[in-house]
Every structure is written in C-alpha cells, then in structure tokens.
Design a binder for this molecule. Structure first.
Ligand code: ZN
Length: 353
C-alpha cells in the first residue's frame, strides 16, 4: 500500500521509531478491511455512535486535533467515535486506503483527563501509522507468533503515544489508568516514585513482588527508556543509533517477563518438526549410516536416536516410513498453526542435510 503524500511524513516518522521486535510484515494483510466493509462499518458507526465533533464534544475534539497536528496527520484521514460502555477500551479500524476510525468507550473517556486522552489517541494512531490494525486482537489465525507480535506492536504504539502527548508522566499515568480501570479519585500517582521503581527492577523476583501485570511493567520501562533516547528527544534525527541498543534492552525484558513461554513452545515445535524431517530423510536411504546416526544424535539427543533405531527394527522399513511421514505431517501442521506468517521461511531452515 502506497501512503498518500499527506501521510508519508507521519508514516516515515512512525517507522523511524518503530520497535524492532514489531517486524512481522506478513501479518498485516490479515487485518485489513476492504473499502466496502470499511464503508459499511463507518455507516454503522455514524448511525449508532457519537461522532467526536467540535460542536458536540469540543474537549475531545480538541484533544484529537492536537495529536493529529503533532503527528503530522491531516484531520481528514481520521474520524473518532465514542460508544457507550463501562469497559475501558479504545481501538482503531483501518481500511486499505489511508484513513482510519478511532473508537473510545465512554468508560475510558470517564477516567482520563484531556492530556491522558491525547496519549491514548496517539497510541491508537500509532497502530494506524505502523499499519498494525489493533482490531487483530479479535482476529483468529495469527498463531502464537502473532500474539508475540501483537505485544511488540504495543511498544511501537506507546512510543507514538508519547510523541503525541509530549509527556512521560501523562503517558505512564494513562497506561496505569487503562490497565487498572481506576480514575484519579482512587489513584495516587507519584510519577517520580513509580519511575524509580521501574528503574530499579532488575531481577524476576523483585518484579513479581511489585507488579502483578508484567506486560504493564515492560511497557512502562520500554517507554521510560524511549523517553530518554536521542530518537525521542530529537525527533528530526531519523538515523540515531541509540534506538537499536534500546530495542535490545526492551527485547530482553519482553523475553524474560512476557514472551518466554510462548517462545519455548514455538522452539519445541520447530525441534519436533526438524526431528521428523531428519527421520523421514534417513528412512528413505538404503541404510542408517554411522555418520547420519551421530549427526542425528548431535541434533536431537541420544534418546531420540535410540527411539528411532528401535522404531525401525520393530516396525520394519515400510511401516516405519508411513509412521514417520504421519508424524512429520502432524508436526508441520502444528508448527504452521503457531507461526503462520513465517512458517515457510522457518521450515526451509529445518531441512536435514
Ligand atoms: Zn494498542
């Protein structure tokens, strides 16, 4: 999709601060709505929800307008609606063209002040600029890999959120409010104390005692680091290198606190697939040579080697072939469901030679 000239500047900027872990391009088309379904959706919203406008909701309108200006997005590209619900929610609907619809629940609007709302508006517009489609949360078929990607997308969107509201304090408070659902009435927010807590957390134990929601901690820490980066402090400097270092720190946090178990599951599925690919290629040969045996053992362990030898001696060649092929098919299918977007490229790395 070619961005229109009006959005090019904003998209280039968003790309320049995009979190490097937010990188699976193939997932994008899953979420894109056709022009037609986008039009139907817009008609539905006009009929059933409240359009944010200068005359009816002036303060919301102004908040959105300020963010659009800061992010270099022309107002005609965005329409915003409020819908009645006590849930704390915001989302962004895209079409294949360069326009988007923002939706905010009334429950969300109730607990945020105008500046905090700016963060949320800019965060959602971050999904738009990065072409994430936040709606993919309800979209099936993205696999475990897709869920990891969705979490990484939040890091990118938070960065745009910060640029859009221009204050780390406000951004952190908005995150805290949306995660807890609490308003100012209940939330005593001491930013400097919170920030020093974020800086101190280094090990898993201290994390567990202080934060019940690790992904919130990771988001806040990632945003804190970003707020101190050259890329943020000098937004015109697209080539600043410190984001790379910063992204590596974020990835360590994400891997440790959020994505570890998901990644382990994917790694195991790859291991299984690779093992059956190897077994399948071995069973096609005349004999299981010593070289192949030691390679199989090196790659998959002694137990796997012993089991394979036993399998062939018990079932015979023909039946083993069928069995191994069945296992291979199942393992491939399992892996494909976990990583639909990168399956083909990952599979090519698992070939046995
Ligand atoms: Zn988001």
């Amino acid at each position: 999709m070619q961005p229109s000239n009006g959005l090019k500047l904003a998209r280039d900027f968003a790309d320049s601060i995009r979190y490097s872990g937010d990188c699976i391009e193939d997932l994008k088309p899953l979420d894109q709505r056709s022009e037609e379904s986008y039009g139907l959706m817009r008609d539905h919203l006009y009929a059933n929800e409240l359009l944010v406008s200068e005359s009816v909701t002036p303060s919301l309108y102004q908040a959105v307008a300020r963010v659009l200006e800061r992010l270099n997005i022309q107002p005609s590209a965005v329409s915003a609606f409020v819908y009645a619900s006590s849930e704390i929610n915001a989302n962004c609907l895209l079409s294949s063209s360069n326009v988007c619809i923002l939706r905010f629940s009334s429950g969300l609007i109730e607990i945020l002040n105008e500046n905090e709302l700016e963060f949320i508006v800019a965060h959602e517009l971050g999904h738009f600029l990065c072409e994430h489609l936040a709606d993919s949360r309800s979209n099936g078929g993205v696999g475990i890999e897709g869920v990891i990607q969705l979490r990484a997308q939040e890091i990118s969107a938070d960065r745009i959120g910060l640029v859009g509201c221009e204050s780390l304090d406000i951004a952190l408070k908005a995150i805290l409010k949306t995660v807890s659902g609490l308003s100012d009435q209940y939330l005593r927010f001491d930013v400097s104390k919170f920030v020093s807590q974020l800086k101190e957390v280094s090990g898993e134990d201290s994390l567990n005692s202080e934060f019940s929601h690790p992904s919130m901690l990771v988001r806040c820490r990632a945003l804190l680091w970003f707020s101190m980066s050259h890329a943020y402090l000098d937004v015109n400097d697209y080539n600043s290198n410190d984001l790379k270092t910063l992204d590596e720190r974020v990835k360590v946090d994400m891997d440790r606190y959020v994505d570890a178990s998901s990644r382990k599951i994917i790694e195991y599925a790859k291991f299984e697939t690779a093992m059956w690919i190897a077994a399948n290629s071995i069973i096609q040969k005349e004999k299981f040579s010593k070289t192949d045996q030691s390679k199989f053992e090196a790659d998959f362990g002694k137990k796997a080697l012993v089991s394979l030898i036993q399998l062939v001696s018990e079932l015979g060649k023909r039946e083993s072939e069928d069995f191994i092929f069945g296992q291979l098919k199942a393992a491939r299918k399992n892996l494909e469901e976990m990583i639909p977007a990168t399956f083909n490229s990952e599979l090519s790395k698992l070939q046995w030679s």
